[in-house]
Design a protein around this ligand. Structure first.
Ligand code: ADP
Ligand code: ZN
Length: 760
């Protein structure tokens, strides 16, 4: 310790200050405590068991209440001069977070403006924290000296029997297991323990989980020239042992998954593991099968896992027993001991962004993680996010194109049907235009199958009184209710509020309420009526309440039993059914006019993805897009499968407005039951943010507060503020500074969303 330090160590007696030389100090951060770590002295008895990344029990606050926190660092000395409290115990046998993972969580905390402990709790699943599926057990083994004297020992028969059994057992046994094995009671075993012939230790043991059914292995495809180029780029990055991000822009059906698989095979050959992130929606049996056919040890992490299953997988992954982890967003935190590669398939999907704190994007986290561990990151999509695309333009990412489908299959022919004129020309009431109906007839007659996309659930999406014009809305949200046929209810798609579907206007009592606007239920009704005898299935969140049902419907479709599959975006992505010869989009412009600067991008992506579900065999495929705006560039670009054309139109508009990918954005949402308080606090926030950002000039702007597009949700009023700027850092700093200064009134809450995707 330096001279200077000793001068200030006035509350430590000299001998204690000297003893400090070899003390061990743990920095502990608490989920329910101050945002910064606190220092604790590690008593000698805990030195062996304590590792960085373990949870510990430590006295907190004036009352020294024992609280569980995370040990985030171990040090030989403390930065505080105060006398340190002592740790009470260690909770975890193994570290939950490696030093690299701890640094990653710290980065997330700083970047996404979320307290560090909250990030830790999000990264370590609840099932792992609760050690789900494990129990504390007493395990017996022979005392070290016992083995040698085994033959000479004079003992009662039962005791001798138990001792011999334990000596030859393959693994330690619990007292109950041992008693059972030699058909005795616990008595003789207790006696052996008393004599010191056997020793007992307490340990957590895992309950047995059924293992996956083995899958028949399959050989690799022979890669075509484009695939080979893509694979070589990834392998080059792997062997260079440096971070590189490779964007695989491959049209639907170009064989991206095969490239991922062969890259991972190389990673596994080097004894390392790979993480494959897919949108939750793609965690279909079909996708998983493809990985299970090629790798012996695959862990699948999806949102329907129980705590026990999740903990089981986590432990297997941490022990290095898994080669490939396929999972949704949070699998980016998989505790692989020797990570070799991260792949994000369908990188443009919005489900990679978490909508609750920490509001992280898995792509950015993966980028940070691969930077720290110097690994390649592979992003794949037929319709990359413009953020990733622009990073290729600036050479931050490396672009690899797969412009052709495998085996030279052509992309499907896409045609539009102009809904503004279709009705007049063809006199066809209903949702399906005449051209679309004819195409369906044709496809069915040729033995093909049909996918119909309508990205809105329910029966009627609009309930309105024709007399006074009242639109039936949710009493808690600023949202029109949707009519669901099942149980004749009117339902809010945001808060799940339900009421009986009205027959009469609640305002003017007029009868003859109009139910209009089409959802998937009405589409199903019409399809069944138009094509009697043809089996059809609907897929949306209403019909797919269980994962099992989803698999059933997909299996029936694969087997050809179901001929027409209709539904929301759930059916638009990832599915690979060679017999689908027609895709119909019932209304393409539904999302085009939402108050979201990404509305065109979303529309383009959805159309290209759904079109990609057809033409996946020699039978070819056609796509018919019904739309009210066939001339819109997003629809035109989708019709011609031309991503470049879309990007060339869209990027200049974004640039002009300073929107991502050219500028950075933070969205603040302020909410509460009192609109006045929400508005007033929004004003204060905005004012302070403006004064923080003012020195940086006009490029940094604060817009709002203004009512959010969904101005009321679950009874709360919602106002929003947008922060724009060319760089993200000053925006984040401004929010942090202001957050420290300002406390909202009771009943007012606010959140900051860095790089927001949801704009409603
Ligand atoms: P993408 O992910 O780019 O949409 P997929 O990986 O789903 O494409 O590939 C489409 C189909 O082509 C799959 O059934 C896959 O097994 C098959 N496939 C992939 N690569 C080859 C290849 N080199 N030769 C033949 N078939 C291939
Ligand atoms: Zn509601």
């Amino acid at each position: 310790m330096s001279q200077q330090g000793r001068l200030f160590a006035d509350d430590l007696p000299q001998w204690e200050a000297d003893a400090e030389q070899d003390q061990l100090v743990a920095q502990v951060i608490f989920p329910t405590g101050p945002p910064e770590p606190l220092d604790y002295r590690v008593p000698d008895r805990l030195r062996v068991s304590l590792q960085v990344g373990c949870r510990v029990r430590a006295p907190l606050g004036r009352g020294d209440r024992p609280v569980v926190g995370y040990c985030v660092a171990l040090d030989a000395q403390s930065s505080t001069r105060r006398r340190l409290k002592e740790l009470l115990g260690v909770v975890d046998r193994r570290s939950l977070l490696s030093p690299a993972m701890l640094r990653l969580t710290q980065w997330i905390s700083a970047y996404y403006l979320c307290p560090w402990p909250q990030v830790l709790e999000a990264v370590v699943p609840a099932g792992v924290r609760g050690q789900a599926g494990t129990r504390e057990a007493v395990l017996l083994s022979l005392a070290p000296e016992t083995q040698a004297q085994l033959e000479q020992l004079k003992l009662p028969a039962k005791q001798l029997q138990a001792l011999r059994h334990l000596a030859t057992a393959a693994e330690p046994l619990t007292p109950q297991q041992l008693a059972h094995a030699v058909r005795t009671t616990i008595g003789p075993i207790q006696a052996l323990r008393k004599k010191g012939l056997i020793v007992a230790r307490r340990e957590r043991i895992e309950q047995h989980l059924p293992t996956d059914v083995p899958v028949e292995r399959r050989p690799n495809h022979v890669l075509n020239a484009d695939q080979r180029r893509a694979l070589e780029a990834i392998l080059a990055a792997l062997h260079a042992a440096e971070q590189r991000t490779i964007l695989l822009h491959g049209v639907t059906g170009s064989g991206k998954t095969e490239v991922y698989i062969q890259a991972i095979q190389e990673v596994v050959r080097f004894g390392r593991q790979a993480i494959v992130l897919v949108p939750e929606i793609s965690l279909t049996p079909q996708t998983l099968q493809r990985f299970r056919e090629r790798f012996a040890r695959v862990a699948v992490l999806h949102s329907h896992l129980t705590d026990v299953e999740r903990n089981h997988h986590w432990q297997r992954i941490a022990a290095g027993e898994v080669e490939v982890i396929v999972g949704a967003r949070s699998a980016v935190f998989a505790p692989t001991p020797h990570l070799g590669l991260i792949i994000i398939d369908e990188e443009h999907e919005t489900t990679f962004k978490q909508e609750t704190a920490p509001r992280y994007h898995a792509r950015e986290v993966a980028l940070e993680r691969t930077r720290a561990e110097r690994l390649p990151l592979v992003l794949g999509s037929a319709t990359p996010s413009l953020e990733s695309w622009q990073r290729c333009v600036t050479s931050e990412f490396q672009l690899i194109e797969l412009p052709r489908r495998v085996e030279d299959r052509p992309l499907p022919v896409v045609k539009t049907v102009d809904l503004r004129t279709a009705d007049r020309e063809h006199r066809s009431p209903g949702i399906l235009s005449r051209p679309l109906r004819l195409q369906i007839d044709q496809a069915l007659a040729d033995g093909g199958q049909v996918i119909l996309l309508l990205n809105r659930r329910g029966f009627s999406t609009h309930i309105q009184c024709p007399a006074c014009g009242l639109v039936i809305k949710c009493p808690h949200c600023d949202i029109a209710l949707t009519h669901h046929r099942q149980g004749e209810t009117a339902m809010c798609h945001h808060c799940d509020y339900r009421q009986p579907a009205p027959r009469q206007c609640p305002e003017c009592q007029a009868t003859g309420i109009r139910y209009s606007g089409t959802g998937t239920q009405r589409l199903e009704y019409e399809v069944r009526g138009r094509f009697p005898g043809v089996k059809c299935a609907r897929m949306d969140t209403d019909s797919m309440q269980s994962a099992g049902h989803y698999e059933q419907v997909l299996a029936a479709f694969r087997e050809g039993d179901v001929r027409i599959l209709l539904g929301t975006q759930m059916i638009a992505k990832g599915l690979d059914f060679p017999n689908v010869t027609l895709v119909g989009v019932v209304q393409a412009d539904m999302a085009l006019h939402l108050p979201d600067f990404r509305a065109a991008e979303r529309t383009f992506q959805l159309l290209v993805q759904v079109a990609g579900r057809t033409g996946r065999s020699d039978r070819g495929g056609r796509v018919l897009v019904q739309t009210l705006s066939p001339e819109h560039y997003a629809i035109q670009a989708a019709v011609t499968h031309d991503y470049g054309r879309f990007a060339r139109q869209e990027l200049p508009e974004r640039e002009q407005l300073g929107y991502p990918p050219f500028g950075r954005l933070i969205r603040l949402v302020i909410r509460g039951p009192s609109e006045t308080l929400v508005h007033e606090f929004g004003e204060t926030l905005a004012e302070q943010l403006r004064s923080e950002l003012a020195p940086l000039g006009e490029a940094y702007r604060v817009l709002g507060p203004a009512p959010a597009p969904i101005a009321r949700l679950r009874g709360d009023y919602r106002h929003q503020i947008h922060l724009h700027g060319p760089e993200g850092l000053p925006l984040r700093q401004a929010v942090s500074t202001v957050a420290e200064r300002l406390t909202p009134p009771d009943d007012v809450l606010w959140i900051a969303d860095v790089d927001p995707l949801g704009m409603l």
